[in-house]
Design a protein around this ligand. Structure first.
Ligand code: BDR
Ligand code: CA
Length: 312
């Protein structure tokens, strides 16, 4: 079977970085390009961080396209309090040399979907949905040529991590998330309900260091850094490893279970802006527009990541 073609839209972030590495290590996937967006840190920094990850993995052939530097209609909110000043604190890696492509990320996404056969390219989103929302506003028909959008974002049972009601990626750009929710494109959501069941552990850091590779050492360092925030916040022994769930879902969907339900995005209320209103119990007759994942085989997930990273 030929590899699934994907574009990874990302705001690295340590967990984004692990997701990108997992994709590079997976022959089932063909990464057509990385598109960057402002999120965890501003755009210049997320673009730099994407290059750091490509160079760490010796994948300097990867094309990196810088995208939107702010949400569609609100001020940017960032998360240095979680990810550190660089967004990728925790590993000592060289300043990257790779170029940024001249094409804007939104144009690259649209040009790729026009050029590739219909319903063959999957958009994997690991950050705020601004680039996807902008592309939907520019050319919704072309966007509907995508095979699917698979996103880390939102929450139902876990509610919020940046406000009491909202998860970070959706909160940063609710209008963009709403554009995706109403687009009619096949949408799979990996929410906090899943990622909060996929916690890092001291044992995992030992396994990563035991790989004795630059990738293993970097991922161990990143994990040690970003864990401290969630360990203090939740009183857990590790932190949710959010974004690699998107890539793991593509290569090992049997590790996950979810429901096809209606998911709508709150864009109006100041109190709950960015909330994913997920009809998990199907109490409305609103039509299903998303596959909302609710559970994960966490051991299988961490084994998959470790075994794949060992190949880099
Ligand atoms: C999401 O927010 C970011 O901080 C992480 O990279 C992840 O994409 C989790 O809420
Ligand atoms: Ca992210």
């Amino acid at each position: 079977m030929s590899a699934q073609r994907i574009i990874i839209d990302t705001d690295p972030g340590q967990d984004d970085a692990v997701a990108i590495l997992l994709a590079f290590a997976s022959p089932e996937l063909d990464v057509l390009g990385l598109t960057t967006v402002a999120g965890n840190v501003p755009l210049a920094q997320t673009t730099r961080n994407a290059k750091v990850v490509c160079e760490l993995a010796n994948r300097t052939d990867t094309r990196i396209f810088a995208g939107c530097d702010r949400p569609l209609s609100q001020t940017l909110v960032t998360a240095e309090h979680v990810h550190g000043a660089t967004g990728l604190d925790g590993a000592d890696l060289p300043e990257p040399m790779m170029p940024t492509q001249a094409t804007h990320a939104v144009d690259f996404i649209l040009e790729t979907l026009r050029a590739e056969p219909e319903h063959t390219v999957t958009l994997c989103t690991l950050g705020p949905l601004t680039n996807i929302g902008a592309a939907l506003r520019a050319d919704p028909d072309t966007m509907r040529r995508a095979k699917a959008i698979v996103s880390m974002g939102g929450a139902y049972f876990e509610v919020g991590n940046i406000t009491p009601a909202a998860e970070f990626n959706i909160y940063v750009d609710p209008e963009a998330a709403d554009a995706v929710a109403t687009s009619g494109i096949d949408w799979t959501i990996l929410p906090l309900d899943v990622t909060h069941k996929a916690l890092t552990s001291p044992d995992w850091i030992v396994r990563l260091n035991g790989l004795n590779t630059p990738v293993g050492t970097a991922v161990a360092g990143w994990t040690g850094f970003f864990e401290r925030f969630d360990v203090a916040k939740y009183g857990s022994s590790g932190a949710p490893l959010h974004d690699p769930t998107v890539i793991a879902y593509l290569i090992a969907p049997d590790l996950f279970e979810g429901r096809r339900i209606n998911v709508e995005i709150e864009t109006a209320s100041p109190l709950t802006r960015g909330m994913t209103v997920a009809d998990w119990w199907r109490v409305t007759d609103r039509p299903a527009n998303a596959l909302f994942i609710g559970s994960i085989n966490a051991k299988g997930y961490f084994d998959l990541i470790t075994n794949r990273l060992a190949t880099l």
